[in-house]
Design a protein around this ligand. Structure first.
Ligand code: NAI
Length: 409
């Protein structure tokens, strides 16, 4: 059981892996200047030494925050993943220790949508194959098979954050937008929902995939779906690598059944820039291949720095956990003139009544209480107007099932 209440200057942020300076600016703006930065991931032993007295840690994808590392960080209050994925963190161990984990799922939405839009235009103009031919010394100057995007139909599969943004950009360029989603989604602009995947595949000149990785999206596009596309249609995948059957796609491109493709994500991707990229699509000129860079722009990195740093400072300042990936989500008002107590506990019967009993025994009037649970974790935030004694905090911390208590000023 851990008990914490600290002044800002004593709160140590450990930022690893060269997180964008925008994060430092956001922390400074919120009054946090005790920040230790490293340009790379640290070897485990060094990481364990540095994290020991850290209250917040910021990582990207290379730092592994295993249960062992998390347990070696007794003061850790929250973890910020300055990226999209959170697989590098043992989320269960974090929850077990009352530590919320934040990430930046939407900061690169625009970057992906822009790249896809560019690919729509390049594919419709037949640029990939003409560029490849020019590199070989061939001059393919012809208007044949080259089209404007204006007036063509873009079919978006997965009308979420990226799909919607792409639809808006495409409409701005005069495209007709149709979409298919498993959930009912409000269309933006003049986009038209399609009732079935098949009807979208049959109608679109260009199909772009923006679905999540899930059992239901694995090989969503195989030879049967490709066969439903218009003759000469284009296929774009910048979502997840296992959504399209790449052997079937390679075959369809070779046979001329479809006109072109742009693929950014692959079932198996090289672990580093030094490893060879292997794919059945290599050598097909009408296929744009990019190394999973859909969301990789300097703007996205900058946005990620701000988004995650702000989530960490909000949690530190007022206890808000909105969009934490492993933790009950609570959005809290400011607590001017009040004391705010945060209590993270195991989600077991009796904890809340024990908490309320402590307040009543100490004769403390509660002016606001916010409770949320998620899986095995419960999180309650209690605002009190009057001063409190150390004994109150000790009693709260002693309640069976308590993972952590924190006092905000
Ligand atoms: P999102 O969660 O906002 O949207 C996904 C949409 O797909 C939701 O509306 C959902 O209802 C829908 N969906 C789920 N299963 C479906 C199915 N079987 N058929 C049709 N629709 C289905 O996700 P967001 O942020 O738009 O991201 C989309 C994808 O892009 C994700 O897989 C993400 O990992 C990927 N991505 C790729 C990047 C890159 O660098 N290439 C960068 C960022 C995200």
């Amino acid at each position: 059981m851990k008990q914490q209440s600290l002044q800002k200057s004593k709160i140590k942020f450990l930022l690893l892996e060269g997180i964008h300076p925008s994060a430092l600016d956001a922390l400074a703006k919120a009054g946090y200047d005790n920040v230790v930065c490293y340009p790379k991931a640290l070897p485990t032993e060094e990481l364990m030494a540095e994290i020991r007295d850290a209250h917040f840690v910021g990582i990207r994808s290379r730092t592994q925050l295993s249960a062992e590392v998390i347990e070696a960080a007794p003061r850790l209050v929250a973890i910020g993943c300055f990226c999209i994925g959170t697989n590098q963190v043992d989320l269960e161990a974090a929850s077990r220790n009352g530590i919320p984990v934040f990430n930046a799922p939407f900061s690169n939405t625009r970057s992906v949508a822009e790249l896809v839009m560019a690919e729509v235009i390049l594919l419709l103009r037949g640029v990939p194959q003409r560029s490849a031919a020019a590199h070989r010394g061939q001059w393919q100057k012809t208007a044949e098979g080259s089209h404007e995007c204006r007036g063509k139909t873009l079919g978006i599969i997965g009308y979420g954050n990226i799909g919607m943004q792409l639809g808006v950009i495409a409409e701005g360029l005069g495209m007709k937008v149709i979409y298919f989603d498993v959930e009912s989604k409000l269309p933006l602009g003049n986009a038209q929902p399609k009732a079935t995947l098949s009807s979208l595949l049959e109608d679109a000149h260009v199909v772009s995939l923006h679905v999540p990785q899930h059992a239901s999206t694995e090989l969503l596009i195989g030879s049967n779906e490709i066969a439903k596309l218009r003759q000469g249609a284009m296929l774009i995948n910048a979502s997840r690598g296992n959504v399209v059957d790449l052997d079937a796609l390679a075959e369809a491109l070779r046979s001329g059944c479809i006109g072109g493709a742009a693929i950014d994500v692959f079932p198996v991707e090289p672990r580093s820039n030094n490893d060879e990229f292997l794919s059945p699509l290599r050598g097909l000129d009408q296929c744009i291949l990019t190394p999973h860079i859909g969301g990789s722009t300097e703007e996205a990195q900058e946005n990620i720095g701000v988004e995650v740093a702000e989530k960490l400072t909000r949690y530190s300042d007022n206890g808000t956990t909105t969009s934490a990936v492993n933790f009950p989500e609570v959005a809290l008002p400011e607590h001017d003139g009040k004391h705010r107590l945060l209590h993270v506990h195991q989600n077991i019967p009796g904890v809340m009544s024990a908490i309320n009993q402590v307040f009543s025994e100490n004769n403390v009037n509660v002016s606001g209480q916010y409770l949320q649970t998620m899986g095995d974790t419960g999180y309650v935030v209690i605002d009190i107007e009057a001063d409190y004694s150390k004994a109150l905090i000790t009693s709260l911390t002693a309640i069976e099932g308590t993972l952590r208590t924190r006092v905000l000023f």
